[in-house]
Design a protein around this ligand. Structure first.
Ligand code: ATP
Ligand code: 5RP
Length: 406
């Protein structure tokens, strides 16, 4: 087992405003992206931080999850980590405002931590957090690469409560690293490090409904301020976030239902799972017959459906010039236990036992989207990621045996 160094932070604060309490002892220094990267991000063999032992053989599998804010990334992450078992929690004894979630198998880091401008800095420069100029892609690349290579890093923390950049936290290489946020597929160097990538594509109507529900109910924002915030972000969303979906191996697209004519309530959803063909370790899910075009209304004796019912569709398609398979569900389940009927007609879902999808959905019945295609497809993608991870590990384990044979 090799002893690996740790990326270390010499001066943790990078902000435009003096900090309070915990932060006071640090100097106020503004770095250019390059200098900040040099100070914070270089691999340090004479590091004063604790050194981390790591094994070169157990390389971290890296998953990217892209979406705009408030589009269900956290919910998806909870479903994903649950597939691997064990609860995901913030680093023990660390910053209470850390965005990181660690479980036995997975570490989820939020790419907001690579904002190079804090809230005030963005305001002063007149840029949004979605703008690449507000993010440090050099550091993101260096640190994700280091973790993938089995090296711990001192990752910055963007504090969503204060809007400031906090002192960094130590991230040790996990079995699976998930990088979630606005830009996991924006920088080609970071993109190339991903073993699998997902884009949550929430249509404007649905995004608006979800944001209103959360920001009005939980955060006390007014309808006008929510509308204004969505409008203000839209140009940068279109320019920098949305184009990433062309690179994703799987896209979960959430649209208004087509089952209710002129629906404007936004409660019933039509959800598509777009799966790229030819991705290593990933075989797209199919309904009934692989490669066919299917339309299926499962409502009847085995599935209870109230108005407006449920409709599935499956078939081949093209997406940004790539060959894909698309599985679609419009409508919502009345009884989650009956989902087993739908599950039994899906293939390549990478379950370990009959009914595992239904079991996962029942386990998290209280999560948003559990009665529709968002929850169903997020669960299935979680199972596919577990399968991908297990294939990569099995291949690595077999490699020395194969080499010895030769
Ligand atoms: N599948 C879903 N169905 C209905 N509502 C949902 C769904 N997913 C998320 N939401 C709504 O959107 C809100 C935001 O979800 P979540 O916290 O998972 O998103 P996020 O992308 O992690 O947000 P942020 O980046 O702002 O923290 C939830 O509180 C919920 O109201
Ligand atoms: O798009 C976002 C991703 O979560 C946030 O708006 C961004 O990180 C800035 O955060 P805050 O609004 O807390 O200053």
């Amino acid at each position: 087992m090799a002893i690996c160094a740790v990326y270390t932070a010499t001066t943790p604060i990078h902000t435009t405003k003096p900090n309070f309490g915990f932060h006071q002892k640090h100097q106020l220094i503004l770095y250019t992206s390059k200098e900040r990267s040099r100070r914070w991000g270089r691999l340090s063999s004479n590091s004063t931080s604790s050194e981390i032992s790591c094994s070169a053989e157990t390389k971290t599998v890296v998953i990217g999850l892209a979406a705009d804010s408030g589009c269900g990334k956290s919910t998806f992450m909870r479903r994903l980590t649950s597939v691997f078992g064990g609860a995901a929690e913030p680093p023990k004894g660390g910053n209470p405002d850390s965005n990181t979630l660690i479980s036995d198998t997975t570490t989820v880091i939020c790419l907001d931590d690579y904002h190079s401008l804090d809230r005030t800095g963005r305001k002063e420069k007149g840029v949004t957090a979605l703008d690449p100029r507000a993010n440090d892609f050099d550091l993101m690349y260096e640190q994700v690469k280091a973790i993938k290579d089995g090296v711990a890093v001192e990752k910055p923390i963007y504090n969503h409560v204060t809007g400031l950049l906090d002192p960094p936290e130590l991230i040790k290489p996990p079995k699976i690293l998930v990088i979630e946020g606005l830009h996991p597929m924006f920088d080609s160097r970071v993109r190339d490090l991903l073993d699998f990538s997902i884009y949550l594509d929430i249509s404007n109507e649905v995004k608006f409904a979800w944001k209103i529900q959360r920001d009005m109910a939980e955060r006390g924002h007014s309808l006008e301020s929510i509308k204004a915030s969505i409008e203000a972000r839209k140009p940068d969303f279109d320019a920098y976030i949305d184009p990433q979906k062309q690179y994703a191996d799987a896209v979960i697209e959430v649209l208004p239902t087509q089952l209710i004519p002129d629906d404007n309530e936004g409660k019933v959803l039509r959800v598509k799972l777009v799966m790229k063909e030819g991705v290593k370790y990933f075989s797209p899910v199919y309904l009934f017959d692989e490669g066919s075009t299917i339309s299926w209304i499962p409502c009847g004796r085995k599935l209870t459906c109230s108005y407006p019912g449920i409709k599935f569709a499956y078939g081949p398609d093209a997406y940004f010039g790539n060959e894909v398979s698309v599985l679609e569900m419009d409508g919502q389940f009345d009884r989650l236990d009956e989902l087993i009927y739908v599950e039994s007609h899906l293939s390549n879902i990478s379950t370990k036992f009959y009914g595992e999808v239904t079991q996962q959905m029942l386990k998290h019945a209280d999560f948003p989207g559990s009665n529709n295609g968002t929850g169903l497809f997020q669960t299935i993608v979680g199972l596919k990621i577990r399968d991908l991870y297990e294939q990569i590990i099995a291949e690595k384990a077999a490699a020395p045996v194969e080499a010895a044979k030769v």
